[in-house]
Ligand binder design. Sequence first.
Ligand SMILES: Cc1cc2nc3c(=O)[nH]c(=O)nc-3n(C[C@H](O)[C@H](O)[C@H](O)COP(=O)(O)OP(=O)(O)OC[C@H]3O[C@@H](n4cnc5c(N)ncnc54)[C@H](O)[C@@H]3O)c2cc1C
Length: 287
Amino acid sequence: MERYDIAVIGAGPAGVSAAITATIRNKSVVLIGSPKISDKVRKAHRIDNYPGLPAATGEQFADALKAHLDSLNIGITEKRVSAVYAMGSFFSLQADEDMIEANAVILATGVTAGKPLPGEDKFLGRGVSYCATCDARLYAGRPVAVIGYNAESVKEAEFLSEIVSEVEYFPMTGSAPEERGNLKVIREIPRGITGGLKASAVATDAGEHPCDCVFVLRDAVAPDKLVPGLKTEGAHVVVDISMKTNLPGLFACGDIAGKPYQYIKAAGQGNIAALSAVEYLDNNKKG
Ligand SMILES: Cc1cc2nc3c(=O)[nH]c(=O)nc-3n(C[C@H](O)[C@H](O)[C@H](O)COP(=O)(O)OP(=O)(O)OC[C@H]3O[C@@H](n4cnc5c(N)ncnc54)[C@H](O)[C@@H]3O)c2cc1C
């Protein structure tokens, strides 16, 4: 398996900036995220505070970021990372059904909105999953629930319905799949995940919806769930001024590294994180 110098997780302004700087500094980079860049970029009506792009729309800014990547032949690996494991001298990333290895990692996944549902933390790995592609087969022929926060979760629910016996989809935004066969849309607000040793139901005001697994599909997984042992404060990763986290070789930038939530701050921190990762790799080579 190829081991990259640097894996950048998330292709918003922070991740794009980190990937550009790391590539210019001659490191092998895998940028994992969406080719659409970031919903938080595309959905902006008008951007007035990004130097050099006055009054750009979000679409224009996202296209400019993508064009910059293309100009440097930096591809975007279209996958979701569901776990990052520190292996000592390198990191192993679970990206959908694949494992990706890198000597340093830059987290640029944006900030997670909202608190976990009651029961979500308790049952994570025991009937609560953040990755349909990774865990669908574990629940083949059994009923599952999907609590979906974005358009991608609709696709994930459709994929799950090909493998499991029944999918109950709880839409948390405007997007919902078309009901068909074993795929049902439940328009009730999930209040929590209940169970005994394992999760066994989604609880709503209307009652309990039994299932063997609850897939909670948000835009971003909380950073301490993504990386075991990572020091966080609320929704943010704790970083120093060089974007270093408490884990050697792991850096964080952009919204995930704290407020203010701004494009220019995200891009600037992406640049710093990449330079710090390069320094880390070069020092390790010397040592
Ligand atoms: C409607 C709107 C308008 C805004 N307008 C402005 C503005 O005018 N000016 C301004 O300065 N700021 C604005 N902002 C704030 C700005 O959008 C954010 O500060 C900025 O996008 C943060 O960049 P980021 O790269 O840190 O994260 P994001 O842009 O959130 O990008 C993170 C990316 O990582 C991906 N990702 C997350 N988890 C994973 C994973 N596990 N695996 C793979 N990929 C993953 C996400 O899908 C996303 O594409 C606006 C925000 C919104 C919502």
